[in-house]
Design a protein around this ligand. Sequence first.
Ligand SMILES: *Cc1c(COP(=O)(O)O)cnc(C)c1O
Length: 416
Amino acid sequence: MQEGLLDPESAALAAFVDLDGVNETVSSLHRAFPDSLRVLHAFAAKANCLVPVLDELRRSGMGCEVASAGELAQALEAGFDPARIVFDSPAKTRQELAWALDLGVAVNADSFQELDRLDEILATRSSASRLGVRINPQIGAGSISAMSTATATSKFGIPLADEGNRRRLLQTYRDRPWLTWLHTHVGSQGCPPDLIAHGVAKAVEFAEEINTHLGRRQVTGIDVGGGLSVNFDSDETTPGFDTYVDQLRAHAPALFSGRYEIVTEFGRSVMAKNGFMAAYVEYTKTVGGRPIAITHAGAQVATRTAFAPDAWPLRVEAHDSRGRAKHGRPVHQDVAGPCCFAGDLLARDRALPLLDTGDLVVVPDTGAYYFSTPFHYNSLPEPAVHGARIDADGRVTFRLLRPAQAGFQVPVRAGR
Ligand SMILES: *Cc1c(COP(=O)(O)O)cnc(C)c1O
């Protein structure tokens, strides 16, 4: 571990991104789809919105999917060509829509009301944006309901199976020749690839139905969303993008016919395995007979894990103060964070070598939706994020991707 990146007093928590790993993952995504297809892989910015990370993804050949004006600003700052940005949000304001259309950013309308707003805006200007509609194929949920967006009553998109909607959508496309894309995103973590592929198949079938109904190839592109799950219980990457593409081929062969341009919107599966956090253990104690290690990583950087531990289990690895893996006999213990509420735990009753004050805990698989979007509870500062890369001589080099948040500093006299 390079001096200074972690320090028990000044940097008791830090996060790391494996930049070589990011490039390898993006290559595996590109390889999974046949070269003959026109595919734009748009990284879902909400999974890791740090501008230098987005910049790295852009250099590796990705586009960017954004779900708010703030993410759109970050994508532009990272240098994405507006034509390679896709704007999805269920709550786009008139101003945000006008901004996106002026830039030429692709927009997927989430509702019939949003389509009416697009009509108003397009009456006053022309736009290079690719415009589509997000449909909800209503095919059911995965194992985490909060992550499932294709249930009968999900808040996203136009529900395809609701009374009258198919007919109304056909008329919508007939009336608006500028609507040339169809979008769906079935859900995220906990949705198996065959469920996602089944939802995509519904979108592809509907695109074919629109084109047949209109007697012209109006729908020219299909945005299949993201959502490939990550396995949080080992270093393996399963399922891989190739498994997902096999499922797509089986369920939606027309997607591979070459008749459609494709957009994908993967987030977690691109970044989760390429980031980790490390935190010092500040204290240990035994409560009700169970050992507890109090660390500096808790709900502020592992919010989902703290509030929904069963849906979002994370591995925790025990290391000594110099970063070497500990090999002691496994002891059941809790690994807690610094926040002032009892549920602030990274792991409960977990068998690990007994942690001591001054040890380091490492939390793998946290490159997406963890340290990149911290929760500001207890006025805890955002930790620094360091990008790591192996140079030509085989040495690990670090680059600061986000400085630690400048926040409260203990006055020096009190701190010594
Ligand atoms: C969150 C989201 C994604 C990315 O989901 P992952 O599970 O991170 O791959 C893609 N598209 C939309 C519309 C989303 O809301």
